[in-house]
Design a protein around this ligand. Structure first.
Ligand SMILES: CC(C)(COP(=O)(O)OP(=O)(O)OC[C@H]1O[C@@H](n2cnc3c(N)ncnc32)[C@H](O)[C@@H]1OP(=O)(O)O)[C@@H](O)C(=O)NCCC(=O)NCCS
Length: 144
């Protein structure tokens, strides 16, 4: 498995994973705009030429906002999410990020475990953050 940045050739694989991973997936157009977004930094995991996972991060000053992270459903629980997040954090730190944040559904305990494993801590809740009304937990990881 290799890690790469966001490229046009990966969009089909990313959109497919996005659609089976989230109830309100980002559109293909949204990912196309990310190709041009100067604050966006994606990490794409590619295995045997196929996209198996991806994570997006927006760098704003010295903070990194993780926008999305997903692993292909047939490839979960094999350590790929773990390796992907580790790579995203390493790359972010190399680029001067001192703190990372993200929102995660209150019901998404698997993802919360992954973030806690990497040192993220919950600092609060955004009420009715998602289009279906579910609350988000706000997680932060600070290196200061
Ligand atoms: C969350 C997600 C990215 C995890 O990816 P993954 O490749 O399956 O995760 P890994 O196999 O690397 O597991 C790493 C750690 O995450 C946690 N974890 C992952 N899935 C879990 C689950 N279903 N239940 C409990 N813990 C889980 C565990 O702490 C695990 O460590 P362990 O193996 O030592 O127990 C993946 O399930 C996914 O794509 N889900 C759908 C999209 C999503 O919810 N994204 C997060 C949005 S905020």
């Amino acid at each position: 498995m290799i890690f790469d940045g966001l490229k046009q050739e990966y969009l089909d694989g990313i959109v497919q994973i996005e659609e089976h991973s989230f109830s309100h997936p980002w559109s293909r157009g949204a990912f196309e705009r990310e190709l041009e977004n100067s604050v966006a930094d994606y990490t794409v995991a590619v295995k045997d030429g196929r996209v198996v996972a991806y994570g997006g991060l927006w760098k704003i000053l010295d903070e990194g906002h993780i926008t999305n992270i997903a692993v292909h459903k047939d490839e979960r629980r094999k350590g790929i999410g773990d390796a992907l997040l580790r790579r995203m954090l390493e790359k972010g730190r190399e680029n001067g990020i001192n703190a990372f944040t993200l929102e995660v559904r209150i019901s998404n305990l698997g993802a919360q475990e992954l973030y806690k494993k990497h040192g993220f801590r919950s600092v609060g809740v955004r009420k009715r953050y998602y289009p279906d009304g579910e609350d988000a937990m706000i997680f932060w990881l600070n290196f200061d």
